[in-house]
Design a protein around this ligand. Structure first.
Ligand code: F6P
Length: 323
């Protein structure tokens, strides 16, 4: 390997820039050339590829978003698109790739790598934390902190007006943000796609709180067809709570932005270094993961496809702590 290409793909996540910095500098430290690919896989197809020096990644560790830009590229899902990408990439002299992204991006990497027998190492960059084989993903901790701060603010209004708030958080089809966001913000309940919502139980829980003179309630709802989202759930249960003024807040893309937390910067930096070490060791088609503070290599086939289990005990924790 002489030249390593790097790209960010899918939804942006805080810490992606710290990852780009770590990959670039570790690669250059080890004598590789580095090329930055703009707009994810799209930049491979449109040939937007620029040489990266150590200075290209100066002063970015603290920035949210991604300096390489990102996209969800439909063309890369076709064999013709991938062929064009491969041709441009090899013409540019790139002979290995580091892909930072979530489930969709690593699924793309997996197909591309096997189709062209090309070395690719992935890094888990997504606020959703839904990749198997890693305790956390880059961006998840920052998003959790953003959720916590937002819910703290909403709590002021919930309590002053004695309202019941359903707050929708992101996560695609996974409930990690809702579950841990609920614990961090002291919410009454978390509604997640992994576990069917018993409306009766939820009504009872909130009703009990009300009887015990709690004057407000906060429920975190993971976005998903399975939960119905905050709006859907509020519709379903609001008649059960005539005592409450019900409100819905959808946090939205505020969860994806902002300066990365210390944990995310450290995770991204360690994983970035590990991605180059992986290539040096001859690893390919693996995602860097972290398990009990140890960096590990997870085959793409295992990392993707929503196989990461949720810790169901946490629902009980929320229940106990909200009595
Ligand atoms: O994967 C990150 C994520 O923010 C999900 O939580 C969410 O479902 C999705 O991306 C939103 O995507 P977009 O920004 O394209 O609307």
């Amino acid at each position: 390997i002489k030249c390593i290409g790097i790209l960010t793909s899918g939804g942006d996540a805080p810490g992606m820039n710290a990852a780009i910095r770590a990959v670039t500098r570790t690669a250059i430290y080890n004598g590789f050339e580095v090329k930055g690919i703009m707009r994810g896989y799209k930049g491979l197809i449109t040939n937007e590829i620029i040489p990266f020096k150590t200075q290209n990644v100066s002063n970015i560790i603290q920035q949210g978003g991604t300096i390489l830009k990102t996209a969800r590229c439909m063309e890369f899902m076709t064999p013709e698109g991938r062929k064009l990408a491969y041709e441009n990439m090899t013409a540019q002299g790139i002979d290995a790739l580091v892909v930072i992204g979530g489930d969709g991006s690593l699924s793309g990497a997996r197909i591309f790598a096997s189709e062209y027998n090309f070395p690719i190492v992935g890094m888990p960059g997504t606020i959703d934390n839904d990749l198997f084989g890693t305790d956390t993903t880059i961006g998840y901790d920052t998003a959790l902190n953003t959720i916590m701060e937002a819910v703290d603010k909403i709590r002021d209004t919930a309590s002053s007006h004695e309202r019941l708030f359903f707050i929708e958080v992101m996560g695609r089809e996974a409930g990690f943000l809702a579950l841990n966001g609920a614990i961090a913000s002291g919410a009454e309940a978390a509604i997640i796609p992994e576990i069917a919502t018993e409306v009766d139980q939820l009504s009872e829980l909130i009703g009990n709180g009300f009887r015990k003179s709690k004057n407000s309630s906060i429920v975190l709802v993971a976005e998903s067809e399975l939960t119905g989202g905050a709006t859907g759930l509020a519709e379903r249960v609001k008649n059960e709570f005539p005592q409450y003024d019900v409100r819905v807040t959808i946090l939205g893309h505020i969860q994806r932005g902002g300066s990365p937390s210390a944990s995310d910067r450290i995770l991204a930096s360690r994983m970035g270094e590990a991605s180059i070490n992986a290539l040096l060791e001859g690893q390919r088609n693996v995602m860097i993961g972290i398990q009990n503070d140890e960096l590990v290599y997870i085959p793409f086939s295992k990392a993707i496809k929503n196989q990461k289990p949720i810790n169901r005990d946490l629902l009980n924790t929320i229940k106990i702590l909200s009595i």
